[in-house]
Structures are given as C-alpha cells and as structure tokens.
Design a protein around this ligand. Structure first.
Ligand SMILES: Nc1ncnc2c1ncn2[C@@H]1O[C@H](COP(=O)(O)OP(=O)(O)OP(=O)(O)O)[C@@H](O)[C@H]1O
Ligand SMILES: [Mg+2]
Length: 258
C-alpha cells in the first residue's frame, strides 16, 4: 500500500520559543492505524493539528495524499472531549459538517442517520448530548468526524476520559470502521495497552524538541479479546513500556548527557 501520510523533517516553534517539534519524520501506510505515544508536551497534538491543516510547519513537510480520483484529501479530527453542541440532537450534531459543506438537506440527514447507526447509535438520533452517556457522546463525535467520509481520521486521546471496558469497545469500533470505510487512522494515546492493541505501527516520541525516537510494529492482524489476554500481547506492551521509559529520559536532540 502507498503511504497516506508523509511527514519529513517537520519543525514547529511557537512565538514564545517553545520548539514543539523538530526533525519529526514518519510515514503512515494507507488503510493502516498509526499510533503516537510519548510524554506530555512531546508535540503529539501539534503534529495532529498540522496534519489536519489547522497549523503549519515552520520547516519540513507534512502531507496527506489524496486517494486517486479525489480532488483533495479529506481529513477529520476528533478530540478528547466530544465537543458536541448541547442544544442540538445527536442527529443534528452529526449532520453539522454536512450543513457547513452545504450538502443537500435530505441527503445530509440520510448520511447522518446512517453514520449514527454505524457507530451503534441507531435510535438515539433525537437525544440531546446531555441525555447520553460519556461513551455514547464519544460515538456521536466519531460519527460526526466520519460523516464527511474522510480518508484520514485523526484521534487525539479520544477515549482517555472513559472507563476501560468502554474504551475497549470504542477501540474495536474504530478498527471495524477503519476496515469498513477503508480509512487511514492516526491515534494519539497515553495508554500503552491501547497503543499496542491499535497500532499497525506505533511511533514513540520524545520531548524537547518533540520528535520520533522509535517506530514499532506490533504485528497483530486480527484484534480481539483473546489477543488482549495473550502472552504475545503482554510482550509487546512490555517492550513499548521500555521504549516509552527511554523516551522520557531521552537526551534533547543535539544535547549532551551530563
Ligand atoms: N499555541 C502554542 N503556543 C506556545 N506553545 C505551545 C502552543 N501549543 C503547544 N505548545 C507547546 O508545544 C509543546 C507541544 O505541545 P503539544 O500540545 O503538541 O503536546 P502533546 O504531546 O500533545 O502533550 P499532551 O500529551 O499533554 O497532550 C508543549 O511544550 C506545549 O506547551
Ligand atoms: Mg495533546
């Protein structure tokens, strides 16, 4: 598969002198799940924002390749909080990106309804966000991100606020949607077990400045509950844990060990 995302030598420094990213390089194969892990402040959100076109690098390049026949690549992003409009029903929240894109009214309701049912919320169309559980609200946020049929879905710690069982269910949902919709997914997480489970490739990042220090391929094809309980899964988690501990202690690029 060709790469859907190519990031090469990206630097992003903010006005106050913070170098969020420098020399950040990675690629993500089309249709795969890439996971970004690393300590707080290593530039994960900054990188997702660049990929979403919400920010731009000061040096280097970050590109999302369009699928053949499509004009521009479609990228959607979802954050840790669902960020739903509380006065709009689940259906109206999901339809919002289509309204903003001025899609035909009948069409956008059909598409929003289909997407809600795909995330397991058929029947909850008329509920307000305040009437839904945290996990259901996150499903609505994912349906909203997917309703424009993105080629790339960016998820910034999407399930960090949820209990572990709900998180497992939503992780499996993302894997299923990835297969059904043929998307590329980039997931940021603090949870090492989630990184090991989800990532076709896991990029370990280190801070000051933010950069990729290790790329890791867990090599799991099918994911299910049995995998989570298996020794080979435990081995990957242990290995990732060690990489992450190393990343936390990483010497700043160009720095000298004391
Ligand atoms: N708009 C901004 N202005 C100045 N500094 C910023 C800005 N946005 C981010 N930073 C800084 O850039 C660095 C990387 O931030 P970023 O949010 O990308 O980290 P992160 O890896 O997502 O962290 P976390 O895991 O805590 O979410 C941090 O030092 C942060 O303080
Ligand atoms: Mg972040």
């Amino acid at each position: 598969m060709p790469d859907a995302i190519t990031v090469s030598g990206v630097r992003r420094a903010f006005d106050d002198g913070t170098v969020a990213l420098d020399g950040t390089t990675l690629s993500v194969e089309r249709g795969s799940v890439a996971v970004l892990v690393g300590p707080s402040g290593c530039g994960k959100t900054t990188l997702l924002r660049i990929l979403a076109g919400l920010d731009a690098p000061d040096a280097g390049t970050a590109s999302v390749a369009p699928v053949a026949g499509e004009g521009a690549a479609r990228v959607s992003i979802a954050f840790q909080e669902p960020r739903l409009l509380p006065w709009r029903s689940a259906l109206r929240n999901v339809a919002l990106p289509l309204e903003l894109a001025r899609a035909a009214k009948a069409d956008r309701d059909d598409r929003a309804r289909a997407m809600l049912s795909l995330v397991g919320l058929g029947g909850a169309e008329r509920k307000l966000p305040g009437q839904l559980s945290g996990g259901m609200r996150m499903r609505v946020a994912i349906a909203r991100a997917l309703v424009t049929r993105p080629q790339v879905l960016l998820l910034d710690e999407p399930f960090g606020a949820l209990d572990e069982i709900t998180r497992h269910q939503l992780d499996d949902l993302v894997l299923r949607l990835r297969a059904e919709l043929g998307m590329t997914v980039v997931l940021v997480t603090h949870a090492i077990t989630e990184a090991a489970y989800m990532g076709d490739r896991v990029f370990v990042m280190a801070p000051s400045p933010g950069r990729v220090v290790r790329a890791f391929e867990p090599g799991f094809g099918m994911r299910d509950a049995a995998l989570r309980a298996s020794p080979r899964f435990a081995a990957v988690v242990a290995d990732l844990m060690q990489s992450l501990a190393g990343a936390m202690l990483a010497v700043p690029a160009g720095g000298v060990r004391a």
